[in-house]
Design a protein around this ligand. Structure first.
Ligand code: DGY
Length: 326
């Protein structure tokens, strides 16, 4: 029997890719940049399965261009690039890679928090550029982490893991979410607060809400104005959760102390973007899950999801399992 046809939109780590190549007739896009839209639509045409990335738009147009499609395995936990409803309407299972990247992403969020608070990037540049002439009482003063208040916006798996790290620094933990998280309250001593209180009291504010219409610009000009002047904003969720130009203005005017961003809007942030001109903006290129082990585990999960979907089974991380009930 012919193997199912699959298009993988970028090279993913071996542990998952090998399984996909062993069990399917897969084509892997070799370029560093995502396939252009027209190419994706064309390649999808005779595919039974797709392995997509957060840089690929997976929507009704793509589903309609792929009449044989049985499953889409997204290589990410976030799935704002997928129109899940359009998939559901067409009976196509779509999947993500939850769980395996929680701790690695939390590590990066905490790294960003500490790096921005203690001005590590500025210190590195200062030393490297030959400006370091003596020890200075006023040199590169930053914010204390130990004992400070950490605000978590969205206490799902990753927000929880960041809060758990904060306990080791004796931080006071506040959180805001659509629903109360009793486990965070009992295990971490986290306190549920309104968004306004979160903004007003946090020394560090770490964003972990998914991108949805109601979280777009969750941090806007008004939110930034409500934050403490010593506050550090950390975003490892999705770029559009923050209004980029409002953040630029707030950082430039020193209305908050610093921001550390793993995700941006637009993404990638163009090299001539004004945010790069600010010392108090720390920007890294969406690398929160980028450890060897985690990216391999994400690839294994994507492969599991893909192969299950191709076999007509409910994939382990199906985002629209109801389609199997019909
Ligand atoms: C995700 O998985 O959603 C991250 O943003 C990338 O790993």
């Amino acid at each position: 029997m012919a193997k199912p046809k699959v298009f993988v939109t970028r090279i993913i780590p071996d542990r998952g890719l090998k399984r996909i190549l062993d069990h399917t007739d897969a084509t892997v896009w070799q370029d560093d940049l995502p396939p252009p839209r027209a190419v994706l639509l064309e390649r999808a045409h005779d595919c039974d399965g797709l392995v997509t990335l957060l840089t690929d738009k997976v929507d009704g147009e793509l589903f309609d261009a792929a009449p044989h499609l049985k499953v889409v395995a997204n290589y990410a936990v976030g799935f704002d690039n997928i129109d899940v409803m359009a998939a559901t309407q067409r009976g196509i299972p779509v999947t993500n890679t939850p769980g395996v990247l929680t701790e690695t992403t939390a590590d990066l969020a905490f790294t960003l928090l500490m790096t921005a608070a203690r001005r590590i990037a500025e210190g590195r540049d200062y030393a490297k550029s030959g400006q370091w002439k003596t020890w200075g009482p006023m040199l590169l003063l930053g914010q204390d982490i130990y004992g400070a208040t950490l605000g978590i916006a969205g206490i799902g798996r990753i927000g929880f893991a960041v809060a758990r790290r904060a306990r080791g620094f004796n931080m006071r933990i506040l959180y805001h979410d659509a629903v109360r998280n009793e486990r965070a309250e009992s295990e971490l001593g986290a306190r549920f607060v309104s968004k306004q209180e979160l903004l007003a009291q946090s020394d560090f504010l770490s964003l972990h809400v998914p991108l949805a219409p109601d979280t777009r610009h969750f941090i806007d000009q008004a939110a930034l104005a409500a934050m403490k002047p010593n506050a550090v904003l950390v975003n490892t969720s999705r770029g559009p959760v923050v209004d980029t130009m409002a953040l630029y203005e707030a950082l430039k005017a020193r209305r908050i102390f610093a921001a550390a961003l793993d995700v941006t809007d637009p993404e990638p942030l163009p090299a001539d973007h004004p945010l790069y001109t600010l010392d108090n903006a720390l920007i890294v290129p969406h690398i929160a899950s980028a450890s060897f082990e985690t990216r391999n585990r994400m690839a294994e999960i994507a492969a599991d999801n893909l192969l299950a979907g191709l076999a007509g089974q409910v994939p382990p991380n199906c985002l629209n399992p109801d389609i199997f009930k019909k």
